[in-house]
Design a protein around this ligand. Structure first.
Ligand code: HEM
Length: 576
């Protein structure tokens, strides 16, 4: 019955419609689909294909097949609601800029409030208050700490990886996660950690700060998935999460102690620090004084924001680093191009001083360009189920434009909700009326691989292959400014073609943090070394390259995009 009502509503929008028999975002399906999906996908005639039409995890797995088949915007009707899968870059930018009309769905984002409401989880006026107080923490003085900390972590990691020359390393992804966590601990909280050292619990704690944060982040997918279940059901779930509850309590206690300590130090006029925690407290307390207590962050909100910095900044940056290393190892020409810049900046043999963030970071444009690439992928064929569930195919929208994923952006999809009143949205020149309470599933990668913009192979017309080719040099354009060794500057892509850190007022505040960390790590690792994919017994180089490509393609969205089994590719770091 609901499906029928929702279908009638969906027809008013004027976009192609798909119907799915269940709502994949319902708690039951969220928990069971990961197990059922492989079985359902094998059903004949694409009978189980609906599972990939309404979930956030589907875009990478299906390689945007649905958009290539049906167009950049598709209405999905489920028994519970009407949703729109959106891949049109300009419409995406429009939605992200109208942040008061297209809000973050509380049903999804409330799960992020384990330690308190925060800038990521709230909307409208509340968001403005959080953003005003949290944004100043991300400044150049903090970037300076990120740079130093990331260099330190990369140095220790490289020493570990090269301790026994010729060692085959299979832990690149895991190590990238540890590195990113350690950078967050250092630049966020002023707690230096090392790959080599085991952190011990502070007095009164059963876990160390690092262990508690590590466990919370590692198991947070579980928290998110189970958050919308009724408590009785949640209690029945197998509890490896006893560990999780302990880690949550421990981490919260550390936050309470740390905030109290920082406040005391600020009151005593202690030396100004530029860690995220210190900067946030200064901004929060100043705002509190200036607004006479009307416009401040409560302690819980401060804890919530400190946690969200870690949550939002960990997987995202770590996954980007581990994908980049895998790609560079399998694209020698791109690695040589990056190393050429590092040598030009640091001098012969990469011997120059790296520590001066303000001097070195702005020159390493090629290292930064590596962060922002598209890359190749296979194109799956459409299945009969599209035809079965396609109620009204607006054929004009389904011309084979083939917008596809930009493969390895950690954030592949974002949800946004309309509220109780209808609104309008322009999609490809047509204005559509959007009914109240419509959920948008924004797909970033459609725009990121739009051949009209990204398929511009030099001297040839728009090319599909080029949009999928790992070619970091596409990001650099000649400049007359002599600030970089090769007089290059980063391209600024036009509106609607590139937004991995989102866009509009709610653009990621940690963008510079992640860029500085990334560039420091890449420059430090490749300064005097290069990276090779380890040979496989009896396999040619071509076969090894093909296998690496398959491991990269075998990625899926958990909370962010990551390789399902990165350990299948082993690397060797070789001194130049
Ligand atoms: C490659 C690295 C990163 C990527 C691709 C990335 C991407 C994003 C995206 C797409 C959003 C929008 C999320 C949404 O609207 O639901 C976001 C928001 C956010 N990110 Fe990042 N991020 C990265 C690194 C970081 C880092 C290092 C931090 C902090 C240390 C951070 C902190 C945040 C916060 C606090 C928000 C919420 C902002 C708001 O809603 O006003 N991110 N990020």
């Amino acid at each position: 019955l609901n499906i029928h009502t929702n279908y009638k509503l969906a027809r008013t929008i004027g976009l192609p419609i798909l119907i799915t028999p269940v709502e994949p975002l319902d708690p039951f399906w969220r928990l069971t689909l990961p197990f059922l999906a492989p079985i359902l996908r094998r059903l004949p005639y694409g009978l189980g294909e609906w599972i990939d039409h309404g979930s956030f995890a589907s875009s990478f797995a299906s390689r945007n097949k649905i958009h290539r088949d049906l167009g950049p915007a598709i209405v999905v009707v489920t028994p519970r609601r009407v949703k729109i899968m959106l891949g049109d870059g300009n419409a995406v930018e429009d939605i992200l800029s109208r942040y008061r009309e297209f809000i973050k769905p509380p049903s999804i984002y409330t799960a992020l409030n384990v330690f308190g409401e925060n800038v990521d989880s709230v909307n409208k006026d509340k968001w403005q208050r959080h953003r005003k107080i949290t944004a100043p923490s991300f400044n150049e003085r903090n970037s300076n700490i990120v740079w130093t900390e990331a260099l330190h972590q990369a140095t220790t990691l490289l020493n570990l990886w090269t301790y026994v020359p010729g060692s085959e390393i299979s832990t690149t992804h895991k190590d990238s996660l540890t590195l990113a966590l350690n950078v967050l601990l250092g630049a966020g909280f002023g707690r230096s950690s090392d790959f080599n050292s085991v952190s011990s619990p502070s007095p009164g704690h059963s876990l160390s700060f690092q262990q508690s944060l590590h466990t919370v982040l590692q198991k947070f997918v579980f928290v998110i998935l189970s958050s919308s279940l009724p408590e009785t059901l949640r209690n029945l779930l197998p509890d490896k999460n006893n560990q999780l509850s302990t880690a949550i309590q421990e981490f919260k206690q550390y936050l309470i102690e740390m905030v109290a300590e920082e406040r005391l130090s600020l009151q005593k006029g202690g030396k100004e620090k530029h860690t995220l925690v210190s900067a946030l407290l200064r901004a929060a307390d100043l705002e509190d004084q200036e607004s006479r207590g009307n416009n401040y962050l409560s302690n819980d909100e401060i804890y919530g924001n400190l946690f969200i910095y870690c949550f939002a900044g960990h997987d995202t940056t770590a996954n980007t680093i581990s994908y980049a290393l895998t790609l560079l190892a399998s694209h020698e020409e791109a690695m040589a191009w990056v190393k050429e810049e590092i040598t030009a900046v640091l001098g012969p043999g990469g011997d120059g001083e790296m520590g001066d963030y303000e001097k070195v970071f702005p020159q390493l444009k090629r290292c930064l360009a590596v962060m922002v690439y598209p890359t190749p992928k296979p194109i799956p064929t459409p299945s009969p189920m599209h035809i079965l569930f396609l109620i009204r195919d607006t054929t004009t929208n389904s011309t084979p434009k083939y917008e596809t994923l930009r493969l390895f952006g950690p954030v592949q999809t974002l949800p946004r909700d309309t509220e109780d009143t209808p609104t309008t949205l322009q999609i490809q020149g047509t204005t559509h009326t959007i009914p109240p309470n419509t959920l948008f599933m924004i797909n970033f990668s459609c725009a990121h691989t739009d051949t009209n913009y990204w398929g511009q192979t030099p001297n040839s017309p728009s090319s599909f292959e080029d949009a999928w080719t790992f070619r970091p040099s596409r990001w650099l354009i000649p400049t007359t400014s002599p600030s970089t060794p090769f007089n290059e500057d980063l391209l600024v892509p036009p509106r609607g073609t590139y937004f991995p850190w989102a866009s509009g007022p709610r653009i990621c505040p940690g963008r510079k943090f992640s860029q500085v960390e990334f560039v420091a790590v890449i420059a430090r690792l490749f300064r005097k070394h290069h990276l090779k994919v380890a040979a496989l017994p009896g396999k040619s180089d071509k076969m090894v390259r093909e296998r690496t490509r398959r491991v990269l393609a075998d990625s899926s969205v958990k909370l962010t995009l990551s390789m399902n089994d990165s350990t299948r590719v082993r690397f060797i770091w070789v001194e130049d």
